[in-house]
Design a protein around this ligand. Structure first.
Ligand code: ZN
Length: 236
C-alpha cells in the first residue's frame, strides 16, 4: 500500500493541478489508488486483506454510488436501503466468492483483472463529467497495477552479487494463467463489464434527459461547475 499511496498522491496532484480535475476528485482518486493497492491480495488465504478491504468497501461503495442513486431518482430512504443491501452483498456474497473461488496468485493477480476492476469502478461511480469519471477509474487500475508490479519486483532475488528469479516470478503481472476455466471466467467477466460500461453512458444520458423535463432546477444545479473552481489553476 505504501507504493500505491505514493503513486496515488502523485496522480491526484497531477489531475488537480495539470488536468483541471476538482480538488475533491483528485483527493478521492488518490485514496482510491491507495486502497486499490490492497485489492489483488483479496485472494490470499490469510483473510486479513479480505476482511479489511471488504469492511472498507462496504462502507465506501454506497457513498461512491450516490450519483447513481440520484440518477435513478431514489428517495433518501431508498438510498439508505440501497446502502444496506450493498453492505450485505459485499460482506456476505462477494467475500464468500473470494474465499471459495480464488487461489492466491491465480487469475485475480492479472492484467485483465486489473482492467475489470477499473471498469467496475467506472460503473459504480457515474459522474457529471465523463473526464472525471474516467480519471477516477484509472486511479483504481493504477493502484492495482502498482501491487502487481511490486509483487514481480519482490520475486527477483539478489544474493551473492547475482540475480535469481523466485518461483513466484511471472505469477502477478500476467495475461493468462495455467487454469483454463479461470482464464475463460476472467476474460468473460472483462467482456461483460466492458459491454455494460459501453451502454452505460447512454442510460445515464436518458435518465438525465428525463430529469431535465421533470426537475429542471436539480438538473441545472448538478451541471453547474462548483463556485471555487474559478480560482483553481486550470491548464488544458
Ligand atoms: Zn499480491
Amino acid at each position: 500500500m505504501t507504493g500505491s499511496t505514493l503513486v496515488g498522491a502523485s496522480y491526484g496532484y497531477w489531475g488537480t493541478f495539470h488536468q483541471g480535475i476538482s480538488i475533491e476528485s483528485g483527493l478521492l482518486a488518490a485514496g482510491l489508488c491507495s486502497v486499490a493497492g490492497m485489492l489483488p491480495d483479496l485472494d490470499s488465504n490469510s483473510g486479513v486483506p479480505l476482511r479489511e478491504t471488504s469492511m472498507f468497501a462496504s462502507a465506501v461503495v454506497p457513498m461512491l454510488m450516490i450519483h447513481r442513486f440520484r440518477d435513478l431518482e431514489l428517495s433518501t430512504e431508498a438510498m439508505a436501503l440501497a446502502a444496506m443491501l450493498i453492505y450485505i452483498a459485499i460482506r456476505f456474497f462477494i467475500v464468500e466468492i473470494f474465499r471459495r473461488y480464488t487461489v492466491h496468485r491465480g487469475m485475480w493477480h492479472s492484467i485483465p483483472a486489473a482492467a475489470s476492476v477499473g471498469i467496475l469502478a467506472y460503473l459504480v461511480m457515474p459522474s457529471p463529467s465523463e473526464g472525471e469519471r474516467v480519471y477516477k477509474s484509472i486511479a483504481v487500475v493504477l493502484g492495482f497495477m502498482v501491487h502487481l508490479i511490486l509483487d514481480e519486483i519482490w520475486s527477483i532475488d539478489y544474493r551473492h552479487g547475482r540475480f535469481r528469479l523466485k518461483k513466484s516470478f511471472g505469477t502477478a503481472l500476467k495475461f493468462w494463467g495455467d487454469n483454463m476455466t479461470a482464464n475463460v471466467s476472467v476474460y468473460g467477466k472483462l467482456i461483460l463489464f466492458a459491454y455494460l460500461a459501453w451502454g452505460d453512458q447512454d442510460i445515464i444520458d436518458r435518465l438525465r434527459e428525463r430529469e431535465r423535463w421533470t426537475q429542471p432546477q436539480i438538473a441545472e444545479q448538478r451541471e453547474a461547475p462548483p463556485p471555487w473552481q474559478a480560482w483553481l489553476p486550470v491548464r488544458r
